[in-house]
Design a protein. Structure first.
Length: 231
């Protein structure tokens, strides 16, 4: 069967990664979390003192960008790929609050984006890939056969993040989380380079009122429809 490219974009905390990872596993495709790549560059900047508060040493980062190698390796235990930065497993380090609070600064830098997009395009050369992010359907794979743009109301996304933190025993404040969700939406949609927007040919998936099972059914139906069209 001919393989296709699947691009999943959308707002933060929409469950994109979970959905993309499950779909990839179900159909036997490679899954790439492009946000993890921007997070890994951010971690590199923190570890190498290239970020001071909100200020990034752009010249130094430009000189070092070719020394930043990001790869993924399947973790047999979790069944999902872990992120490696220059050969070191950084899957948990890139999910810390420190990285989360700086990553939008780093992902707004034009030469960082072009380096990551080159890597992402190389990973997708053979097709058979599900990639999630913000600019996959618009910039990375504009010719992807299946493009999905995921959204849900800010209130629902904040509630999901609140429940997730509470379930991990982390004290959370719903109003603060809601403000953070709205702020990230604004930054993602208004940055100069590759702002988040729905590609004209992307299917809109508002999962505010969908169960995981309903969403999975919808995704598989769309996948099967596009696969048939492309045989
Ligand atoms: O999906 P995430 O929260 O792990 O993404 C981390 C950050 O990277 C977030 O600020 C958006 C940005 N990002 C991006 O600009 N382009 C992508 N393709 C993926 C993520």
């Amino acid at each position: 069967m001919k393989k296709i490219t699947i691009a999943i974009d959308g707002f933060s905390s929409c469950g994109k990664s979970t959905m993309a990872k499950d779909l990839a596993r179900e159909i036997g495709y490679i899954y790439i979390d492009s946000g993890a790549m921007y997070r890994a560059v951010t971690l590199y900047c923190i570890e190498n003192n290239l970020i001071n508060g909100e200020v990034i040493d752009i010249e130094k980062l430009k000189n070092e960008i070719d020394n930043i190698h990001i790869t993924f390796k399947l973790n047999e235990k979790t069944g999902r790929p872990d992120t490696y930065l220059n050969g070191k497993d950084v899957e948990s380090e890139i999910r810390t609050m420190e990285v989360s609070s700086k990553v939008s600064l780093v992902s707004a830098i034009d030469f960082v984006r072009s380096a990551m997009v080159d890597e992402q395009q190389a990973m997708g050369r053979e097709k058979g890939i599900v990639m999630d992010g913000r600019d996959i359907g618009t910039t990375v794979f504009p010719d992807a056969e299946l493009k999905i743009f995921v959204t849900a109301s800010p209130e629902i996304r904040a509630k999901r993040r609140y429940d997730e933190l509470e379930s991990k025993g982390v004290k959370a404040n719903y109003d603060e989380i809601l403000d953070n969700v709205k702020q990230r939406d604004y930054i993602d949609q208004n940055r100069e380079v590759s702002p988040l927007r729905k590609a004209d040919d992307a299917l809109l998936l508002d999962n505010s009122n969908l169960t995981i099972a309903q969403q999975k059914r919808w995704l598989l139906d769309e996948f099967n429809r596009v696969i048939e069209l492309n045989q």
